[in-house]
Design a binder for this molecule. Structure first.
Ligand SMILES: Cc1ncc(COP(=O)(O)O)c(C=O)c1O
Length: 475
């Protein structure tokens, strides 16, 4: 494809994207396709000869779009927001356009230095102390794995450069909340701690936040048994209920044992842009690493996760590789992001953040986040005031955990009722919510914060939930 052919094709595609985004409110929120339907609609073999763009776009429309759950829909209330602002999409297109090979500073100095600048912008916007340094990872899951490796290596005296974990006399132990995102235990396991050395620390039964006394007791018990506390992962905004683990207390306890503290604020991190929400992040400056996802609520299109650390030298000591073909004369003067994480080749992700922040401006993003917080409080008030309905957890952020509890319906019958009405809401296509378990029972998470969601959309959801629950079987 020549640049001129690209120009024509890209104009057509951009028109398609703009039209598509405009009609999303008319599409079903949850994809209605059956398993295998999309794959079955595609040819089994790659084309030997070029096909016209019109045919590809027709299949995009006919086959691909029905297979997308519309997270940019105003009635998307599922999981967590996965906002993909058009401003950040422009940055993603630009990233493909400049086609940078991100392997070293030398291979694309701009890729490194724009990333240094935007991670510094965000550090400042979040009110983090100046000694934090950030890098962009693909996801918070990868960020957690990088943090677990760094924690393991600190606790083991950089054992990777010798006989590795196998030479460490005391088992290293990791601690987190049972409400931590599944990527956290996964990172602990992948970093080699072993499931026998992963502790799920008891949480408060009302707030679902980690109990510091339980953490202290678990660490003391491990030490008494000859094990070494190595890392605690605190969640600011757990996935289930957005519970806020008490970071100042956690850091103080971890410090007694020299354990690393990683803060997972994948969803809540965006709220750090709001000064009135910063109290939730008290103590974070004293942690060792922090991850949060602009690709969730902030709206920088997937994938864009930030990992901040305070001791970059330690991270580099864990992650650095310097084969001769990657060396250059300026290595002592520049940041080499290949040494701050796992992959060598990196995409120019900073461009989508750069476009997003420049084209929208931070103030309009703050206004949107405040809108969502107010909508969540309003929705929680409606549910709490409605007989037969219950808000099950505090609402510090934008996610409201609810249940319809008709008189006399309990236990398994209540679970069946919850799954029935939530399933009916989603199957109807008019809105999408996430059933999830809390204290062993099904409830429904209503996660507010899709970019186009206004108060009227939340009010319409509430009417839909009441109507659907009333019509759903009990027992
Ligand atoms: C608290 C929390 N941590 C981590 C993750 C994982 O994020 P990612 O998909 O970027 O790996 C999520 C995803 O929702 C999350 O809610």
């Amino acid at each position: 494809m020549t640049p001129e052919e690209f120009r024509a094709a890209a104009h057509t595609l951009v028109d398609w994207v703009a039209d598509h985004r405009a009609r999303i409110p008319q599409l079903p929120v949850e994809s209605q396709v059956r398993p295998g339907e999309i794959a079955g609609a595609l040819p089994r073999h790659a084309p030997e000869l070029p096909e016209p763009l019109a045919d590809v776009l027709a299949d995009l429309e006919r086959i691909v779009v029905p297979g997308i759950t519309q997270t940019q829909h105003p009635a998307f209330f599922g999981w967590f927001p996965s906002n993909a602002t058009l401003a950040s999409l422009l940055g993603d297109i630009a990233s493909g356009g400049v086609a940078a090979l991100g392997i070293t500073w030398q291979s694309a100095p701009a890729l490194t230095e724009v990333e240094q600048v935007v991670t510094e912008w965000l550090r400042e916007l979040c009110g983090l102390a100046p000694d934090w340094r950030g890098a962009i990872q693909d996801t918070a899951s990868t960020a957690a794995l990088v943090a677990m490796i760094a924690a393991r290596e600190r606790a083991s005296g950089l054992s990777e450069h010798g006989a590795g974990l196998q030479s460490v006399p005391q088992p290293l132990v990791a601690y987190t909340s049972p409400h931590a995102h599944s990527s956290v235990p996964k990172a602990v396991l992948l970093a080699g701690f072993g499931s026998a050395n992963l502790r799920f620390v008891e949480v408060d039964p009302v707030t679902y936040a980690m109990r510091p006394e339980a953490l202290a007791a678990a660490m003391a018990a491990d030490v008494a048994a000859g094990r070494k506390p190595a890392v605690v992962v605190a969640a600011i905004g757990t996935t289930g209920t957005t519970a806020m683990d008490p970071v100042p207390e956690i850091v103080a306890i971890a410090r007694q044992y020299g354990a690393w503290v990683h803060v997972d604020a994948a969803m809540a991190g965006s709220a750090m842009l709001l000064p009135e929400m910063r109290h939730h992040f008290a103590g974070v400056d004293d942690a060792d690493s922090l991850a949060w996802n602009p690709h969730k609520w902030l709206g920088t299109i997937l994938d864009c996760a930030l990992l901040y650390v305070r001791d970059v030298d330690h991270l580099v000591a864990c992650m650095s590789t310097t084969p001769s073909y990657l060396r250059s004369a300026v290595d002592d003067e520049v940041v080499q992001y290949k040494d701050w994480g796992i992959p060598l080749g990196r995409r120019f992700r900073a461009l989508k953040l750069w476009f997003h922040l420049r084209l929208e401006g931070v103030e309009s993003i703050r206004t949107r986040l405040r809108r969502d917080l107010e909508n969540a409080r309003w929705f929680a008030d409606q549910v709490a005031a409605e007989p037969g309905w219950r808000v099950l957890a505090p609402v510090p952020l934008q996610t409201v955990c609810i249940r319809h509890e008709p008189d006399g319906v309990t236990d398994d019958a209540l679970d069946r009722h919850t799954l029935a009405w939530a399933g009916a809401v989603n199957a109807g296509g008019a809105a999408f919510v996430s059933p999830s378990q809390l204290d062993g029972r099904w409830m429904v998470r209503v996660s507010i914060g899709a970019e186009p969601t206004e108060r009227a959309d939340v009010a319409a959801l509430w009417e839909l939930l009441k109507r659907t629950a009333a019509q759903s079987p009990v027992g």
